[in-house]
Design a protein around this ligand. Structure first.
Ligand SMILES: Cc1cc2nc3c(=O)[nH]c(=O)nc-3n(C[C@H](O)[C@H](O)[C@H](O)COP(=O)(O)OP(=O)(O)OC[C@H]3O[C@@H](n4cnc5c(N)ncnc54)[C@H](O)[C@@H]3O)c2cc1C
Length: 307
C-alpha cells in the first residue's frame, strides 16, 4: 500500500475534473483499508472511500483529506446466491451473472464504476436497481465490521442510508433468479446499444447530473403543469425540466450540456469543476423559478457547496 501526496483527482474521475487530494491510496484488502483509515486518524485527516470515480464532481481546489480508492474485488457464488466484494467492477459482476444464467443485474450493464459506488447511490437503469436483489451488506464503520439486512440499508430512489452514515461498504450478497444466459445476453446487448447513443465511447461525464423526481412527492399544483407523457417509470425526468428552460446545448468554459440530453453535462476537454457547477446551478435555478421544483444532484459533489 503506497500513500501518495498531492494526487490529481482528475486522473481517476470519469469527468476528468478534480484538483489535488492531499493524500491518496489504492487498497486491495480489508487489512489495507483498516491501515489507511488508521493513517488518516493518526494524521488528523478526514478520509473518503471512492470506487470508479464515475459519479463525482470534485472541486478544482481538491480536497484536504485522504482519498481511498477501493479495489477490493472478488465474486463467490453458491447456487443463486452471489457474495461480491465492493471494489468489484459493476460490469464484471453483470457479465458474471449473465454467464452463470442469473437474472436480476443484467439491466445495469454499461453503468461504470464499482459495486460499492452503485450500492451507495442505489444505481439503476431501465427499471432495475442494484438493491432489487440484495439480501445483505457488510460494512466497516472505522472500528468494527458488521452486517445490515437489506431493510436496514435505507434504499430508495438513487439513495441509501450509506449517504448519511458514511459507513464503508465491503461486501454485498445477492439472491438472483435462474434464467437463460442467451436471453440475458440478448437483453444486455440491446441495452448497451441504446446506452451508446446517450454515452458515446470516451465521453467525459459523471452520468446524469440531477436526480429525476418521484412524481408521488410533487404537490398537485406542480403536477398539473406537467404533461402526463413526460412521466417515465413514475418519475419526472430532470432532463424534461432542464430542456424546458433551454438547457440543451448550452456551454460554459469547456462544459457543455449535451444537445441531445439536457441532464447530461460533458467536459469537452478544458472544463473545470467551477464551470460545471455554475452551469448546473444556473439551470437548476431556472427550473426552480419556472416549476417550483428543486433539482437535487445525483452526482456527489466533493468540496463544493450544495446546489
Ligand atoms: C457514462 C456514465 C453512465 C452512467 N450511467 C448510470 C446509470 O445508468 N444509472 C446510474 O444509476 N448511474 C449511472 N452513472 C453514474 C455512476 O456510474 C454510478 O453512480 C456508479 O454506481 C458509481 O460507482 P463508482 O464506483 O464510480 O462510485 P464513485 O463515483 O467512486 O463514488 C460515488 C459515491 O459512492 C461512495 N462510495 C464508493 N464506494 C464506496 C464504498 N465501498 N463504501 C461507501 N461509499 C462508497 C463515494 O464516497 C461517493 O460518495 C453513470 C456514469 C457515467 C460516467
Amino acid at each position: 500500500m503506497q500513500i501518495k501526496s498531492n494526487y490529481p483527482l482528475k486522473n481517476i474521475t470519469t469527468l476528468q475534473i478534480g484538483g489535488l487530494a492531499k493524500k491518496f491510496v489504492s487498497i486491495n484488502s480489508v487489512d489495507e483499508l483498516k491501515e489507511a483509515v488508521q493513517y488518516a486518524n493518526t494524521n488528523n485527516l478526514n478520509h473518503l472511500v471512492i470506487g470508479g470515480g464515475s459519479n463525482l464532481l470534485v472541486s478544482d481546489d481538491g480536497v484536504d483529506m485522504l482519498i481511498i480508492k477501493n479495489e477490493i474485488g472478488g465474486i463467490a457464488s453458491q447456487g443463486l446466491t452471489l457474495q461480491v466484494k465492493s471494489g468489484t467492477i459493476l460490469q464484471d459482476l453483470v457479465n458474471y451473472s449473465i454467464s452463470h444464467g442469473l437474472s436480476g443485474l443484467q439491466k445495469l450493464t454499461g453503468i461504470p464504476g464499482t459495486l460499492g459506488g452503485a450500492v451507495y447511490g442505489n444505481a439503476g437503469a431501465y427499471g432495475q436497481t442494484i438493491s432489487d436483489h440484495i439480501t445483505e451488506v457488510v460494512f466497516y464503520d472505522g472500528q468494527h465490521i458488521a452486517t445490515l439486512s437489506k431493510d436496514q440499508c435505507g434504499f430508495n430512489y438513487r439513495d441509501s442510508g450509506f449517504k448519511r452514515n458514511h459507513n464503508i461498504i465491503l461486501e454485498v450478497t445477492f439472491q438472483l433468479e435462474k434464467a437463460d444466459s442467451d436471453i440475458l445476453a440478448k437483453e444486455t446487448a440491446e441495452i448497451l446499444s441504446k446506452r451508446l447513443v446517450k454515452y458515446p465511447k470516451g465521453i467525459k461525464c459523471p452520468g446524469s447530473f440531477f436526480k429525476n423526481i418521484v412524481t408521488d412527492t410533487l404537490p398537485q399544483e406542480i403536477l398539473q403543469k406537467i404533461p402526463k407523457e413526460a412521466v417515465v417509470y413514475g418519475k419526472l425526468p430532470a432532463g424534461y425540466l432542464l430542456e424546458s428552460v433551454g438547457a440543451k446545448g448550452q456551454q460554459l468554459d469547456g462544459i457543455e450540456i449535451a444537445p441531445y440530453h439536457a441532464n447530461l453535462f460533458v467536459n469537452k476537454g478544458s472544463g473545470s469543476a467551477t464551470a460545471f457547477y455554475d452551469l448546473a446551478k444556473k439551470y437548476a435555478d431556472l427550473v426552480k423559478q419556472k416549476f417550483g421544483i428543486l433539482l437535487e444532484p445525483e452526482v456527489q459533489l466533493i468540496n463544493l457547496p450544495k446546489i
